[in-house]
Design a protein around this ligand. Structure first.
Ligand code: ADP
Ligand code: MG
Length: 299
């Protein structure tokens, strides 16, 4: 039962993670990989989720990919509730709603198949007629600049080409969401830019919503919205938009936001806390257009 009136949290978003929890249990040891993560992604967005190693990024992507199931909380992608999908629905979801590009390049590709055959495979599984498969494979490889790899096997392609073919495999069945786990983790700067270009093409020209997770903070310069994840929770967000300055020059403005969860919790950055020696107990004051946090000094 909803506890408050009004629309459901994120009711018009494409992806909703609401207080998402994933606990891994190995023997008597529990690891809380996600500890109440909130995230909303709108249809058509390209978002980067950035966090240190071990912060829960791959766990989040596995949940969104339908490979793994949450321990608690709510996750919805389009019309699918990821908590309550049956096995059959999960197969359908993974085949049609999401595409995934995995962290290690090699895990995305089959060594003895050509690029065209690899892009063809998910469509064959989905029962797409042969002619349509051929056309689609050709168009996808062309769109991300790897048409020349059509007849090549992975060993005959560079790392960047392999990754772009992997993006085509993920896009084959026209998913609503493309998930990419550290897509540029093994690549140099120039090659990373090509892979980002391919993800942007998928987003802007093919209309898929893209969620990228990475530990590389430089990636945030490549997307309009970056969400930081720390210890299994989203902690801050950077939005970039281009504006025209007074001198008529185009400039990109990046603004950092803190994330407030639904219980009202906000993480105050360490440098702010240290600057004013904010510790356990602070004073909160509601002012006309802001909420102030002050050190607890006796009056
Ligand atoms: P990231 O991708 O940000 O590096 P992960 O999602 O892979 O982080 O992992 C988050 C935490 O969960 C880490 O502490 C990791 O050791 C733990 N973890 C991930 N997968 C498993 C698993 N299958 N079993 C147990 N612990 C796991
Ligand atoms: Mg990872």
């Amino acid at each position: 039962m909803p506890r408050s009136a009004g629309p459901e949290f994120g009711s018009d978003a494409l992806i909703v993670c609401d207080n998402l929890v994933r606990i891994y249990q190995t023997g008597s040891v529990e690891v809380q990989a996600l500890q109440g993560l909130d995230l909303l992604v709108d249809a058509g967005e390209m978002v980067a989720i950035v966090g240190a190693s071990g912060s829960g990024k791959s766990t989040l992507l596995s949940l969104l990919a339908g490979i793994d199931a949450p321990t608690a909380g709510r996750a919805r992608v389009g019309d699918w509730d990821l908590m309550s999908m049956t096995r059959r629905q999960r197969v359908h979801y993974r085949r049609h709603t999401v595409g995934i590009v995995r962290q290690q390049t090699a895990r995305n590709l089959v060594p003895y198949l050509t690029a065209e055959q690899m892009v063809d495979l998910p469509m064959t599984l989905a029962g797409v007629p042969r002619r349509e498969r051929r056309t689609r494979a050709g168009e996808l490889l062309e769109a991300v600049g790897v048409a020349h790899c059509l007849g090549r096997r992975p060993a005959q392609m560079s790392g960047g080409e392999q990754m772009r073919v992997a993006i085509c495999v993920g896009m084959a069945n026209r998913p609503q969401v493309l998930l990419a786990d550290e897509p540029t983790g093994e690549l140099d700067t120039g090659t990373s830019a090509e892979v980002f270009g391919a993800l942007r093409t998928a987003n802007e020209q093919l209309g898929v919503t893209v969620v990228i997770v990475t530990h590389d903070p430089d990636v945030s310069g490549q997307v309009a919205r970056t969400v930081a994840i720390r210890a299994g929770r989203t902690s801050s967000e950077v939005l970039r938009r281009s504006t025209t300055g007074a001198d008529g020059e185009h400039e990109v403005v990046a603004e950092e936001y803190a994330i407030m969860d639904r219980a009202g919790r906000v993480q105050v950055p360490k440098d702010y806390r240290e600057a004013l020696a904010l510790t356990r107990r602070v004073r909160l004051a509601l002012e006309t257009d802001q909420v102030a946090i002050r050190p607890d000094v006796p009056a």
